[in-house]
Design a protein around this ligand. Structure first.
Ligand SMILES: Cc1ncc(C[n+]2csc(CCOP(=O)(O)OP(=O)(O)O)c2C)c(N)n1
Ligand SMILES: [Mg+2]
Length: 580
């Protein structure tokens, strides 16, 4: 009977029956918009999405913890100017990814956190679904925008919206909520294909107003002691040639913020990195390019900046609200950095007078003095090593391999590395950013290796490394050219602290003495080295950079060498009462 029934069905063409589903539409929408890599941890409801994306030619990098996948996505956004994609499971996976989403937003990196979520009807009535959580509401205050897609036919527009929001204007994080049911929704394939949206010109140029350009030009021209500060926004812009031309034409000393190091080489004659306090204090006109006057620049006021109201600021930024955030900006120049740099260069014309020689010479003298003072410390051969001895070696290695990427986190391990290791090319230094967050290390290293193909040197405090250390398995699994150097001083800041109660628990800032981090990577088939002298360190890092093999070097640092909180000990609250 059944056979007869089938035969009586009218014949329908294959095309009419061709269907697609949410899984495929998500993947096609991402591919259509140039997404090449997804950073993820699999699980319900996105396991198959990851498998299918891999099958469809997207590189899917599977991590051990979502926070690290999130940091990888965030820094891939910084490096590529297109949103890095982090894909997680619902509630706990989503929450693990959220720190990185907030970090991306704070640092103005384009990133999309895509999380699967549980059944809306049950979640909204709080009836206790599997991994129940109102993820959209939780994500909202931590990113530029949060969107949810409920119908397969809206996947195309939902992904387009997420991409444009992440990269346009001031870039940042976007949350995209994809409920489990969406993936299995089936719609007509032709209609599905038509529903996809390719984002045209996702980050449109924002041209500065001619009056604003003229104002900035006039303020700069009147300067007697000009200074240019380059922030990571300037590095992000990939306007390297015009920024270099602008700085060189101005003749002004420039100060790179941490992740802008290398935009012009730190060895450039105008670089004032080694005379930071002098230029901040004594300049009379400061042009900020993609740098915010936040805590990292002492909010543009106070002792660091010399006499109150002694200088004028020009600020180049894409975000109008950034102007006057902390102090008055005499010449706000709102626009994308590339357009602003070009407009300023045009306005400056062919003949631009060099800044007064006494200013340029004063900065140069200070800088040469400071560099000369530092030099002998970098050549010490102490064992156990101190930071300077170890960093002297790494400094030479980076000079010899300027296209390698340097990832850096820690306290002393961060501040001293930033000060000592010169950078020579744009976007080669990736670090803790605006929050000074620990945990970016291995996620950044993985994404840097994948997005650029260049070898990565990660200089890590032993505490800092612990936040993402498990990802050395990921590095080993994907055979990435990452060499992690752990500055092992037995703890946070110093390894010498004692328990003030006299009890047997260790002090809160110390770790296992003489720990051997190098043994960890050996368990995953990578290369582990214990380096106790600068010479051993040099050999091990050079071998790793040549071989491109996953390597972890335990660099033994004198536990007494560091200082509390590195260079920002002044931020620790001090009570008038005596410490116990
Ligand atoms: C997520 C997060 N948790 C905690 C901190 C506080 N913190 C700042 S630096 C640091 C670790 C410093 O120790 P280490 O990485 O070993 O560097 P060292 O100074 O010893 O070279 C910690 C825990 C932070 N910045 N971020
Ligand atoms: Mg340490």
């Amino acid at each position: 009977m059944a056979e007869a029934a089938v035969k009586t069905q009218p014949e329908t063409s294959a095309a009419e029956h061709e269907l697609t589903d949410g899984f495929h539409l998500v993947i096609e929408a991402l591919k259509l918009n140039g997404v090449k890599t997804i950073y993820t941890v699999p699980g319900i409801p996105i396991t198959d999405l990851g498998r299918m994306a891999q099958a469809e030619g997207i590189r899917v990098i599977s991590f051990r913890h979502e926070q690290n996948a999130g940091y990888a996505a965030a820094i891939s956004g910084f490096l590529t100017k297109s949103p890095g994609i982090c894909l997680t499971v619902s509630a706990p996976g989503f929450l693990n990814g959220l720190t990185a989403l907030a970090h991306a937003t704070t640092n103005c990196f384009p990133m999309i956190l895509i999380s699967g979520s549980s059944e809306r009807e049950i979640v909204d009535l709080q009836q206790g679904d599997y991994e129940e959580m109102d993820q959209l509401a939780i994500a909202k205050p931590l990113c530029k925008a949060a969107y949810r897609v409920l119908h397969a036919a809206d996947i195309g527009i939902g992904i387009a919206r997420a991409i444009r929001t992440a990269v346009s204007g001031r870039p940042g994080g976007v949350y995209l909520d994809l409920p489990a049911k969406l993936f299995s929704q089936v719609i007509d394939a032709a209609a599905g294909a038509k529903s996809l949206v390719k984002v045209i010109d996702p980050a449109p140029a924002q041209i500065p107003a001619p009056e604003a350009v003229k104002r900035a030009h006039d303020v700069l021209k009147a300067a007697k002691r000009p200074l240019i500060i380059l922030g990571k926004g300037a590095a992000y812009a990939q306007a390297d040639d015009s920024l270099r031309a602008l700085v060189e034409k101005s003749g002004a000393p420039f100060l790179p913020m941490s992740m802008a190091k290398g935009l012009l080489p730190d060895t450039h004659p105008q670089c004032a990195g080694a005379a930071r306090s002098t230029v901040l204090k004594d300049s009379d006109v400061v042009m900020l390019i993609g740098a915010r006057l936040n805590w990292l620049l002492s909010h543009g006021k106070g002792k660091t900046w010399g006499e109150p109201h002694s200088k004028k600021f020009i600020q180049v930024d894409i975000e109008p609200r950034e102007m006057d955030s902390n102090i008055e900006i005499a010449a706000p120049l709102v626009g994308d950095i590339s357009s602003c740099a070009t407009a300023l260069l045009d306005a400056m014309g062919a003949k631009w007078p060099a800044p007064p020689a006494d200013w340029v010479n004063a900065v140069k003298t200070k800088k040469d003095d400071n560099i000369a003072k530092m030099a002998p410390r970098l050549m010490n051969n102490n064992s156990p090593m101190d930071y300077h001895g170890a960093l002297g070696v790494l400094r030479t290695i980076v000079k010899e391999r300027p296209d390698a990427i340097l990832v850096n986190e820690g306290a002393n391990a961060l501040d001293l590395t930033r000060g000592i290791i010169d950078m020579y090319q744009p976007r080669k230094r990736l670090d803790v950013g605006t929050w000074g967050v620990m945990g970016i290390g291995m996620g950044y290293a993985i994404a840097a290796a994948i997005e650029t193909g260049k070898p990565v040197l990660a200089v890590e405090g032993d505490s800092a490394f612990g936040f993402s250390g498990m990802e050395i398995e990921t590095i080993s699994r994907y055979q990435l050219p990452v060499c992690a150097v752990i500055f092992n001083n037995d703890g946070i800041y110093r390894g010498t602290d004692t328990n003030r109660s006299g009890g047997s628990d260790p002090a809160t800032t110390v770790f296992v003495k003489g720990a051997r981090y190098d043994k960890m990577i050996e368990g995953f088939g990578g290369v582990g080295v214990n380096a106790t002298t600068p010479d051993e360190l040099r050999r091990a890092v050079n071998a790793a950079m040549d071989s491109r093999k996953p390597t972890l070097i335990n660099a033994v640092i004198d536990p007494a060498a560091g200082s509390e909180s590195g260079r920002i000990g002044n931020l620790n609250p001090q009570s008038a009462l005596r410490k116990k």
